[in-house]
Structure formats: structure tokens, C-alpha cells
Design a protein around this ligand. Sequence first.
Ligand SMILES: [Zn+2]
Length: 105
Amino acid sequence: MPRSPKHIGSLSHPEPGKRPKETRQNSHRRGYTRHWGKARARFLQEHPLCRMCLSMGQTQPAQCVDHIQPHRGNKQLFWDESNWQPLCNSCHSAKTRREQLNGDV
Ligand SMILES: [Zn+2]
């Protein structure tokens, strides 16, 4: 009894014109575009350590890029690299909490 040959190499090639959907509308609207994602990744590559931890003599890998001065939608502040600093998650949330407590800035 002959066995029907299995189809080998019948790779389905990806359909053209299909792109993953943008699902993160909210962050997009706040200015966190794909462009930002790239700039952020590059910045973290150049500055891989958390700046606040470093100032306390600790080396902690940075996980996010923080705006030293909150940009509040200000494009110029947002894209000004001298206003960026690499932070680890815990320093970032501590800073955010402090900013919310202070209420000024
Ligand atoms: Zn840190």
C-alpha cells in the first residue's frame, strides 16, 4: 500500500500588503511613536546604565528614557536629547511619583 507523500517545503509565504495593526493608540497619541521607540532604543544603547543609580554609586541597567524636564506634550522638549536621561524602572517610577507629589514643574 503506497503511502501518500507528505508535502515538504510547502511554506506559505506571507501575504503582501499585510502589516501588524497599531494597537497602542494611546501612547501614540501622547507622542510615543515608532520614531520614539527607535530613538529610545539607540539612546539606551549609548547610555545603558541608570543615571540615578549611578549617582548613588550603583550600576543598574537602564530600562527607560526619562525626560528630565517633563515635556507635557512639548515636542521640542520631547525630542531634546539633552533633556533625556536613562533610568531603571524603579528610579523612573520614583521620579514620576515625586513629580506628582510636588505638583509643580
Ligand atoms: Zn535606577
